[in-house]
Design a protein around this ligand. Structure first.
Ligand SMILES: Cc1cc2nc3c(=O)[nH]c(=O)nc-3n(C[C@H](O)[C@H](O)[C@H](O)COP(=O)(O)OP(=O)(O)OC[C@H]3O[C@@H](n4cnc5c(N)ncnc54)[C@H](O)[C@@H]3O)c2cc1C
Length: 306
C-alpha cells in the first residue's frame, strides 16, 4: 500500500488485510485475491475508505453477501470493502432500520416473529441489505424498492446522507445507486398475524426449492429477463440446459442458473455465458444482458458469437 493511501486510512477503525482470496466470500466460490480487503467497522469507516480511494485513485469494490458477483480468477486490483459489520437492526413502530451488512435471510424470520409483513416477499434471496438495495433484488412477489422508505448512503462526495426512495432511479434489478454506497435502509412494513406471514413465506420457499437449484453454488439468475419474456425459457428452448464448460454447467432445474461443481473457474463461467448468449441470439434474435455484476472479468466484450 503506497504512503498517501495508507495515510488517508489512518483513522480507520476496521481491519485492512492484504491479498485476501475472494472465492470464500463469493456465493459461487470463484475469484482470485483482492489486493486489499477492508472490513468497515462503522458508517464513518465506509465514508473514509470511499474518500481515500477517490483521492488516491484506488479502485473500490463494495461487497455485500457475494451472491451476485462474478470475480476474475486473477483477482481484483485496489480495495474490496466488506460491510458485514454494519449489522444493526432497529425497530421504529412498523418501520425497520437495518444496516447494509444485515443478512436478508436472517432478517425475515425476525420480522415474521414481530408480526411485520413485507420482507417475506424476498424469501430465499441470499443478499445482505446493501446488496438487495443495490440490485433492487426481487421475486415474483415484489422487489426491494417496494418496501423502502429511505436509505442512508455515502454519496459521491464521500458524505453520509439520508435519501428518500424517490432519490434513486430504481428499475428492474438495479437500485440506481449511481456510485453511492448503502449504509442502512429504512423499510416500511405493515402489521399482520405472524402465522399468516409465515404461511406465505413457507409457500414462497417451497416454490423456490421446487424450481431453482437453491443449495448449489451459483449467482442466481445470470441474465436479466428480456422485456415480456424469461431468459431461462429462452435458454432452455435454445437447448442449453446442462450445457457445460469445465466445472460450470447450466442447471437442469432452472436454465438461467449456472452452477459450479466446485472445480469451476471464472474463465469457464465466461465461456458458458458466451455460448449460451450466442445460441439464444441465433435462435431468437434476443441479445441477453447480464444480471450478474462482474469484477475485472475479461472476455465478455464484443458479440457473444465472436
Ligand atoms: C441461490 C441464489 C438465488 C437468488 N435469487 C434471487 C432472486 O430471487 N431475486 C434477485 O433479485 N436476486 C437473486 N439472486 C441474486 C442476488 O442474491 C441478488 O442480486 C442480491 O441482491 C445480491 O446481494 P448481495 O448482498 O449478495 O450483493 P453482492 O453480490 O455482494 O453485490 C452485488 C452488487 O451490489 C453492490 N453492493 C453490495 N452491497 C452494496 C452496498 N452496501 N452499497 C452499494 N453497493 C453494494 C456490489 O458492489 C455489486 O455490484 C440470487 C442469488 C443466488 C446465489
Amino acid at each position: 500500500m503506497h504512503g498517501p493511501f495508507r495515510a488517508a486510512l489512518a483513522n480507520l477503525r476496521g481491519a485492512v488485510r492484504e491479498s485476501v482470496s475472494l472465492a470464500p466470500v463469493s456465493h459461487l466460490r470463484i475469484g482470485g485475491p483482492a489486493e486489499w480487503f477492508i472490513e468497515a467497522a462503522t458508517d464513518q469507516d465506509v465514508a473514509l475508505v470511499a474518500r481515500a480511494c477517490r483521492e488516491c485513485e484506488v479502485p473500490l469494490h463494495v461487497l455485500g453477501g457475494g451472491s451476485n458477483v462474478l470475480i476474475a480468477d486473477e483477482g481484483v486490483r485496489g480495495v474490496v470493502m466488506s460491510l458485514e459489520r454494519l449489522n444493526r437492526v432497529v425497530r421504529d413502530d412498523t418501520r425497520l432500520i437495518a444496516g447494509a451488512g444485515v443478512s436478508v435471510r436472517g432478517l425475515i424470520p425476525l420480522t415474521i416473529g414481530q408480526g411485520l409483513a413485507g420482507l417475506e416477499t424476498l424469501a430465499g434471496v441470499p443478499a445482505q441489505v446493501g446488496g438487495a438495495v443495490a440490485m433492487n433484488a426481487g421475486t415474483r412477489e415484489g422487489e426491494t424498492f417496494d418496501l423502502l422508505e429511505s436509505i442512508v448512503v455515502v454519496d459521491r462526495e464521500g458524505e453520509i446522507v439520508e435519501v428518500g426512495r424517490d432519490g434513486f432511479h430504481a428499475r428492474y434489478r438495479d437500485g440506481g445507486l449511481d456510485g453511492r454506497i448503502v449504509l442502512s435502509a429504512r423499510f416500511a412494513l405493515r402489521l399482520e398475524e405472524p402465522r399468516a406471514i409465515r404461511e406465505r413465506f413457507d409457500g414462497y420457499i417451497r416454490h423456490r426449492n421446487a424450481t431453482q437449484p437453491a443449495s448449489e453454488k451459483s449467482v442466481g439468475c445470470v441474465f436479466r429477463n428480456p422485456p415480456g419474456d424469461a431468459a431461462g425459457r429462452l435458454i432452455e428452448r435454445a437447448g442449453c440446459k446442462l450445457l457445460r464448460e469445465g466445472g460450470i454447467s447450466v442447471s437442469g432445474k432452472h436454465a438461467n442458473y449456472f452452477v459450479n461443481d466446485g472445480s469451476g473457474t471464472c474463465a469457464d463461467f465466461v465461456r458458458l455465458i458466451r455460448t449460451v448468449a450466442s445460441r439464444v441470439a441465433a435462435d431468437f434474435g434476443v441479445a441477453l444482458e447480464l444480471e450478474v455484476r462482474t469484477w475485472e472479468v475479461r472476455g465478455l466484450e464484443g458479440p457473444p458469437s465472436a
